[in-house]
Design a protein around this ligand. Structure first.
Ligand SMILES: NC(=O)c1ccc[n+]([C@@H]2O[C@H](COP(=O)([O-])OP(=O)(O)OC[C@H]3O[C@@H](n4cnc5c(N)ncnc54)[C@H](O)[C@@H]3O)[C@@H](O)[C@H]2O)c1
Length: 279
């Protein structure tokens, strides 16, 4: 059974041939998941060019720029071996003022920059919110090729990201992995919300699992084409996403479980009790 939504066209070994001489461009590198990617890649010996609205710590090169600035994005993509596109408005927000520029125009510039600079591999951030109604109602675990049922406009921008990724894989020969990320808490309040949401600990993504994933996503031999996979840590009591295709494609397995890697956020939350760390 084909579960990867993948259209194989031969092994993409370009990135392995490029090796670690070329940097990886991580957009949104100063953000929560971006920082996990930076830490993992730098720790594995990759050079990382971070691109963000604010300076990125911990990477070899920090570019401060806005995704809506096509020239800045194109310049950042020059000479890189791969792009990990994490920069976005990471949840629902004003569509015209925030989601349209950040998540749609920015996506266009990143994919065009990859095409024009001949970047062979792109990882695009998507979300479980693209299958929101199945996430709430089942059946579980959700396969990567389950029918789309987006929550709202933020999710719709990620549906577009997945569709555009497919365009650049099929029409332009890139290898594109659309990554449906689990819940990676950004703040103490976000961690408390996760802890108090029944499905939260089952869709949690830890910094360590994310970091290990991004290294494997750069180093794994992939067949040229488009894939969509889930990325989450081990569920606490129910598997909501099928992670097996991720393991088969990328050679990565989750190790952590809520709240590993986010204990500091829970401790920082006002009024938190240690007993609240486990469910
Ligand atoms: N955190 C989660 O639970 C979660 C779940 C599913 C998907 N995602 C996706 O993962 C990605 C990273 O999310 P995160 O949680 O790390 O968010 P974050 O807000 O911590 O990081 C996003 C980063 O992108 C940067 N950014 C935003 N707009 C930009 C622009 N126009 N130009 C340049 N940089 C810009 C921000 O400055 C920030 O550093 C996003 O695409 C988000 O939609 C996150």
């Amino acid at each position: 059974m084909q579960r990867l939504c993948r259209e194989p066209r031969g092994l993409d070994e370009t990135i392995m041939m490029i090796g670690k001489q070329k940097p990886i461009l991580v957009t949104g590198a100063a953000g929560s998941i971006g920082q996990a990617a930076v830490a993992g890649l730098m720790g594995a010996g990759w050079q990382v060019r971070g691109f963000d609205l604010r300076p990125t710590s911990g990477c070899s090169e920090s570019v401060v720029g806005d995704l809506t600035d096509a020239a800045a994005v194109h310049a950042a993509a020059e000479g890189v071996g791969a792009i990990i596109h994490m920069a976005a408005v990471p949840d629902d927000d004003d569509f015209l003022e925030r989601l349209l520029p950040g998540n749609i125009i920015g996506l266009h510039h990143v994919l065009e920059a990859a095409r024009l600079a001949g970047v062979p591999r792109v990882v695009l951030a998507s979300t479980g919110q693209v299958v929101w109604w199945q996430l709430l109602e089942g059946p579980w675990p959700i396969e990567p090729d389950a029918p789309i049922s987006p929550k709202h406009w933020y999710a719709a921008t990620k549906v577009l990201a997945e569709a555009a990724g497919q365009v650049y894989a099929r029409s332009h020969g890139l290898t594109v992995v659309a990554l449906r990320l689990g819940w990676f808490p950004r703040t103490p309040e976000h961690a408390v919300e996760l802890n108090e949401t029944p499905r939260g600990p089952n869709v949690y993504l830890s910094p360590g699992d994310a970091a290990r994933f991004f290294v494997r996503a750069m180093e794994a031999p992939l067949e040229q084409g488009y894939s969509v996979v889930w990325l989450a840590s081990r569920p606490l009591n129910q598997q909501l996403f099928n992670l097996d295709p991720t393991t088969r494609l990328i050679g990565w397995e989750p190790r952590d479980q809520w709240p590993t890697g986010s204990e500091h956020l829970l401790r920082q939350a006002p009024g938190s009790e240690p007993a609240g760390l486990t469910r």
